[in-house]
Design a protein around this ligand. Sequence first.
Ligand code: MG
Length: 259
Amino acid sequence: MAKKEPLVRYCRFWVDGRTYSGKIRDNSVDIVEGDPFTGFSPIRLSYPIDRVKFLPPFMPKKIWCVGRNYLGHVKELNNEVPKEPLIFMKSVSAIIGANDFIRIPEWAGRIDYEGELAVIIGKAGHNIKEEDAFDYVLGYSIMNDVTARELQNSDGQWTRAKSFDTFAPFGPAVLITDKMPEEAVISTTLNGKTVQEASFSQMIFPIPRLISHISRFATLEPGDVIASGTPQGVGPMKVGDLVEVNIEGIGSLRNICAN
Ligand code: MG
């Protein structure tokens, strides 16, 4: 029987003063030419994984975010269950990569982590039907939707609270596949202690619904990212904390808080 090829985990990385595109294997990263949006081909050169510095896998065109998409999280912040997906945006200027520092502003009150599955759109679409939604997905990555919680509450509009520089850690890889297994688990650890853990089957509005909903009012474009909401267990971070968001099959997005 032919061995099934593992799914590709595409990344961008820095090594010896240069940046490359790559494909992550167990303990090494193979260089590739190109990118998953236009196609890539392998180069016969690889680096041990512990020698490379991961960069954001690409610069998103837009970051669509979904608020209150897991029941446990809706309840922990005493909110009401939304009747339809609650959509807001986060500025792409907030993007950083794995192992970059999240800068904690001294004046902005409580700053929370929010571990989330990031859906990567690979094909343009408008008015997408739920049953066709996965045709528009290039793959999946990880985003930490870092939030200035007190400003979110006092502002009403969420743009400022969600878009401080460094508040969008993204990566380290894009898993190239149209569907994530519903039972796959997302977890967040703070200084090694598990603080969030859920499977994607717990989303109030599943991924096809999110894609369909957004595409009714805005054309989705290749390079758009949908941060699909955070599960129960959000909490504050302080300078010196290590926050790590893990998704089975994709990897671990690890960042340290600094000021
Ligand atoms: Mg969020």
